[in-house]
Design a protein around this ligand. Structure first.
Ligand code: SAT
Ligand code: MN
Length: 581
């Protein structure tokens, strides 16, 4: 065995006995090892080489057509008491769940390689970094983990020193949707995943470890593991503010994290720290600081182009694994709104026929190291993380939620986060475009009861010296004809600027029952096709729509029974009373 840590070698031996792989490969995390994975997958057909002149180092993976997104209905949190998982999670008794998974795993790796992937989430050696080991029979997963995490020898050395790591066992199995489960055992720091090779179901360092297990640990240890991008906004004066923003999957986190300032924002710079997950701790001075546990991006491809997100576009022109995109006659990758090229073969490998649906799958993805990103922040590797000035929640709402508003206090901000709702997207299986409650964009990812989670959020008020201001944004408002009212993408910097000005107390606002809204004159629309009337619509608070929303929020909070913090209900009561005034 390739480790001196007995707990690890014993576990690998036990899993090998159960799953019976043909061989075991201990990942060292080297570039040459990655190239071996690629060569093997080109040979097996798991990867297809794309045009290497136009897209050097880029490959295409076509997944099973039944395995293209997260499966929330098959994802479970198995705590010993059901109420600890909460109504927000599927639950199964740990012994039952484990037995079911062990039955699936019996002999499942026959003829395959078992990869042992030691990985680190967070900057290596940072006090906030956490370690795990994923065992998988998928070369695609091993290659993706190389791009997405700090994996291999240094992580293993650290694990050997401390003896502590999260155990993640994964097998693609038969890719049978009826034999597919993603199981979490937070009390035992263990993950078991079977029957899917898709990102969030299979790259166990990401949603399974860095959100579900980590959020559970964070609660007991006094920190936060959140579904948030981290971005640094540098003004022409050289002052950088860091924001952490929570939006549900496929609502533009990657775009915001890589934003390019609008033309007349001369001298402004935007730095990416992370595009999906933030781990936040209070430092010795009581300041909230964030690190990104990941080292790469698993982003939505469709819609990415030189206009919407030039940084992302540049990032994925080399050394990228594309999953489920289409290809052109020149063997270039292609997706909807790529601008340029024509699809010839669709994501399933069939000749493209518009009647059969989109060329690229709506949840097609790119996997790429963060080092490819031209705007990658020099502080992204800083062990102590960056100080956070503002937390921003948001969702995809065609109506109701204004472009931006600010919570009146920390506790009110926790209510704003807890009340987030958003239209569903293709990032998870199921119907798209249905509004559902998605508190803090964590509905699919919180590893414990939301009632306890909100209490944990509230508890920061008494422990922190200066907490970030909390905001809510909505880039997705539409008019009666379905047209977006706000241009979005790089222009969102105009809203972020207002947020930063509020944090620095440089601008005042209009008080409304739901929070502080901008004065129209304080949202810069110079050079935009946004009329004063449109801006007024974007900033309007419709009383009758909001009273309906408040009733929904009430009902939702009540569904958590006695676990909902009294303080949260009191905050909600204040908003209702303000509307009644
Ligand atoms: O597949 S992932 O869960 O990693 C992507 C997402 O849905 O956010
Ligand atoms: Mn995500």
């Amino acid at each position: 065995m390739n480790t001196r840590l007995k707990a690890l070698s014993d576990w690998v031996a036990e899993v090998a006995k159960l799953t019976q792989p043909e061989r075991i490969h201990w990942c060292d995390g080297s570039e040459s090892e990655y190239q071996t994975f690629v060569a093997e997958m080109l040979e097996s057909g798991d990867l297809i080489e794309l045009n290497q002149d136009n897209y050097p180092g880029c490959y295409l993976h076509r997944s099973d057509p039944n395995d293209v997104a997260r499966v929330e209905h098959l994802t479970y949190v198995c705590t010993s008491r059901q109420e600890d998982a909460g109504p927000n999670n599927n639950w199964m008794a740990p012994a039952q769940a484990k037995q079911m998974m062990l039955d699936f795993y019996a002999g499942c790796m026959k003829g395959r390689t078992l990869y042992v992937i030691p990985y680190c989430m967070g900057p290596l050696g940072s006090p906030f970094a956490r370690y795990g080991v994923e065992l998988t029979d998928s070369t695609y997963v091993a290659a993706n983990m190389y791009l997405m995490t700090r994996m291999g020898k240094p992580a293993l050395e650290h694990i050997e020193q401390t003896g502590s790591f999260i155990k993640g066992l994964h097998s693609v199995g038969e890719l049978d949707p009826d034999r597919r489960f993603i199981m979490h055992f937070p009390e035992e720091l263990t993950i078991m995943s079977y029957g899917s090779g898709y990102g969030g179901n299979a790259l166990l360092g990401k949603k399974c470890h860095a959100l579900r297990i980590a959020s559970y640990q964070a609660r007991t240890e006094g920190w936060l593991a959140e579904h948030m991008l981290i971005v640094g906004i540098e003004s022409p004066e050289g002052e950088t503010s860091y924001l952490a923003c929570a939006f549900p999957s496929a609502c533009g986190k990657t775009n915001l994290a890589m934003l390019i300032p609008p033309e007349h924002y001369k001298g402004w710079k935007v730095w990416t720290l992370g595009d999906d997950i933030a781990w936040m701790h209070l430092d010795d001075e009581g300041q909230l600081r964030a690190v990104n546990p990941e080292a790469g991006y698993f982003g939505v491809v469709p819609g990415t182009n030189r206009k919407t997100n030039p940084n992302a576009f540049d990032t994925i022109t080399h050394d990228t694994i594309f999953t489920n995109v289409a290809v052109t006659a020149d063997n270039d990758p292609w997706w909807e709104d790529k601008d340029g090229g024509e699809p010839v073969i669709d994501w399933r490998g069939r000749p493209f026929d518009a009647k059969k649906g989109p060329a690229a799958h709506p949840n097609s993805r790119f996997t790429v190291t963060a080092k490819n990103n031209p705007s990658y922040s020099s502080l992204a590797e800083a062990p102590e993380g960056v100080p956070i000035s503002a937390l921003v929640f948001g969702g995809r709402r065609r109506e109701l939620a204004p472009l931006v508003y600010q919570a009146k206090s920390w506790a009110h901000g926790v209510l704003v986060g807890a009340s987030v709702a958003s239209e569903t997207t293709a990032a998870a299986t199921g119907k798209v475009g249905v509004v559902r409650r998605d508190p803090m964009a964590m509905k699919p990812f919180c590893g414990y009861n939301f009632g306890d989670y909100w209490q944990h959020w509230l508890s920061f008020e008494e422990r922190a010296a200066k907490l970030p201001e909390i905001f809510h944004v909505n880039w997705f408002r539409r008019d009666a004809d379905g047209n977006f009212l706000w241009p979005g993408f790089g222009e969102n910097l105009r809203v972020l600027k207002w947020i930063i000005d509020r944090c620095e107390q440089r601008v005042d606002a209009v008080e409304q029952p739901i929070g502080y809204l901008p004065k129209p004159a304080d949202i810069d629309v110079e050079g935009l096709d946004v009329s004063p009337d449109t801006l007024a619509q974007l900033l309007a608070v419709d009383v009758s729509q909001w009273s309906e929303e408040l009733a929904h929020i009430d009902e939702y909070l009540q569904s958590f029974g006695s676990r909902v913090p009294e303080q949260l209900l009191a905050e909600h009561g204040k908003v209702k009373a303000a509307f009644a005034d």
